[in-house]
Design a protein around this ligand. Structure first.
Ligand code: ATP
Ligand code: MG
Length: 407
């Protein structure tokens, strides 16, 4: 059997949400269950006494479980816990000292002299001794068992926690979680997901604030290959480790792109194309109860992302457009993409639809009235093309969960 029977989940921000607290806790429990699905073993995820516990019902892989939990937004810390039946204080002291020795096997040596404190929460008021007495007695026992440890109640290196309920729980480690809010408490947004570095990071950042993510990809076969689509699916799967399952809308954009290419000035291609992407994304977003759009844009990164270009792109939608990377340098975005594990996929070379139809000298200061005027060159066919593009919508359900046989 594993050393730890359960994991106590600590959450920071969501603890302070007053009357809405249960909504946050329920979302957290749901997201933890989703995150644990691919893991070996079975688990009970429960809320009790204002805490969330992950109880192991069978053998499990410690690294795999802590890794999965460390991707769940809303978690501040993951504490591996040993669980015991109620026992008298004398026996508790012995058990606690053994637990600490096994947690810090080097703690008895002079080279590693930790400071510690004991912190007891006694929810079970029938337990005969109160928390102060338990702290003191267990503290003594630990000092005796680990002579090189010493007590520091103000700034201890180790906080040894004891929770007394209908069972007794011991823990001393806190593995950091990602913070943020549990996905699902903040509504849903539509992410414009391309195969690049930026948009997966943008999706990750908004999801971190508790927002569920759907995604749309504008595909341009045969100018883009099957592998370009597969790359986007892979990116969606990689961020789904954080966001939970994603419904990815794959839209065939070829006809619209070719038509813009035929009819409009080439230095305005990108901007007009981006306006049609936003319009279509907004339609799909509204049909799917999304409250906003998300893009990976950042001011000045490329010609289509100057302030003037962003303003002209923006004017075609009424839903709010969230651009969480707006003030980030490319290098900062790369750092996040490496951290969340999308970078290697993002830099694979397969073309996305924009790179094929780019002009040599795109406008950097587009004027809305000029762009609107040139969009009229599309009047004859564009509406029906947009409808046709919407009809091509292929929904791909992406999640980090694959049935075990496929793993
Ligand atoms: P990324 O690295 O996210 O591809 P980028 O630096 O290549 O961004 P652009 O190509 O100008 O920048 O795209 C800006 C944003 O527009 C992207 O971050 C993404 O949100 C959206 N976008 C671009 N191309 C597509 C596409 N083919 N399908 C869906 N969204 C797209
Ligand atoms: Mg791109």
């Amino acid at each position: 059997m594993n050393k730890y029977d359960a994991f106590l989940i600590k959450y920071a921000e969501i603890g302070i949400k007053g009357k809405n607290r249960h909504i946050f806790e329920e979302a957290l429990v749901r997201q933890i269950r989703i995150a644990l699905r691919p893991c070996q073993g079975s688990f009970n995820v429960i809320r009790t006494y204002g805490r969330v516990f992950v109880e192991a019902k069978s053998d499990y892989d410690f690294e795999e479980v802590t890794e999965a939990l460390s991707h769940v937004f809303g978690i501040w810390g993951i504490c591996p816990v040993a669980e015991y039946d109620l026992m008298p204080l004398e026996q508790l002291c012995e058990t606690a000292a053994d637990f600490i020795k096994s947690e810090y096997p080097d703690g008895g040596s002079s080279a590693t002299a930790y400071t510690f404190k004991v912190r007891t929460r006694r929810m079970n008021k029938e337990y005969p001794q109160d928390s102060l007495v338990i702290n003191a007695e267990v503290g003594h026992a630990v000092l005796e068992a680990c002579p090189n440890m010493s007590v520091d109640v103000h700034k201890p290196e180790i906080t040894f926690s004891i929770e007394v309920r209908e069972k007794i729980y011991l823990y001393s480690q806190v593995i950091p979680g990602p913070g943020g809010l549990p996905v699902g408490v903040g509504g849903k947004c539509m992410l414009l997901l391309s195969g690049g570095i930026d948009s997966p990071v943008a999706g990750y950042m908004v999801a971190k604030r508790g927002v569920r993510i759907d995604a749309v990809y504008f595909n341009a076969p045969p100018y883009t290959s099957e592998r370009a689509l597969q790359k986007v699916i892979d990116l969606a799967r990689e961020i789904s480790v954080y966001t939970g399952p994603i419904r990815l809308h794959n839209i065939n954009f070829t006809e619209i792109q070719l038509y813009i290419y035929e009819q409009c000035p080439h230095d305005e291609l990108t901007i007009i194309m981006r306006r049609y992407m936003m319009r279509i994304a907004e339609r799909i977003a509204r049909e799917n109860e999304c409250l906003g759009l998300i893009t990976g844009e950042s001011i000045g990164q490329v010609a289509s992302q100057t302030l003037a270009a962003l303003a002209v792109t923006n004017e075609v939608c009424t839903l709010p457009v969230f651009r969480p990377l707006i003030g980030f340098d490319k290098e900062e975005i790369v750092q996040v993409s490496k951290k969340i594990g999308t970078y290697e996929t993002s830099i694979l070379p397969y073309e996305d639809c924009c790179t094929i139809f780019v002009a040599k000298h795109p406008v950097t200061k587009p004027k809305a009235d000029v762009i609107r005027k040139h969009e009229h060159y599309l009047d004859e066919k564009i509406d029906e093309m947009v409808e046709r593009a919407l009809e091509t919508d292929e929904i791909i359900n992406v999640s980090n969960y694959r049935p075990r046989e496929e793993c």
